[in-house]
Design a protein around this ligand. Sequence first.
Ligand code: URA
Length: 197
Amino acid sequence: MNKETKKAWENLQSECLKCQACKLSKTRTNVVFGAGNTETRIVFIGEGPGKQEDLKSQPFVGKSGKLLDKMLNEVGYDRNKNIYIANIVKCRPPNNRDPFPEEQKACFAWLVNQIKLLDPKVIVCLGKIASSAIIKRDFMVTKEHGIFFKKGKRVFMGTFHPAVLLRNPSYKKPAMQDLVRLKEKVARMGTPSLCES
Ligand code: URA
């Protein structure tokens, strides 16, 4: 990021941390803005913070996060080095329910601005909520995971949410194949060195 973009990023983050645009702000402990390498060109998008994420203000640090880290490591990726991770909603939905459409809508501008500033080449959506908010409304993870969708200058892929993989270990293999495909795609795209370093 150049100096100007970095400043805009910091402003965005500090504004987001004060957000009260929906009711989730009343029950959160912390806003979970996102984490990872802001210089990468690969962004992962989850659904929303769970209990651990809400307490630590970090995405994917609970059980799902541990699995995600393990899978990333298997393809040689490190979440702090090769990717940036954000969520559709930045505050925890009570009892880990799905974020309501109005909550997703209220939060969406933060993500849109994060994407503008990060300017990723590839966006990976984890699970149905993220894939249908970002790729297409009727996205079906079991049928369309691993497919690359080109929209404008970016490529999008939906894959299984790690929480689903914890409940259905039989999906782990196709989910790993999606990450392998991602890695191959990134290599073919000749992405800036930081993604692959
Ligand atoms: N699940 C998500 O979708 N996001 C997180 O940050 C943690 C769990």
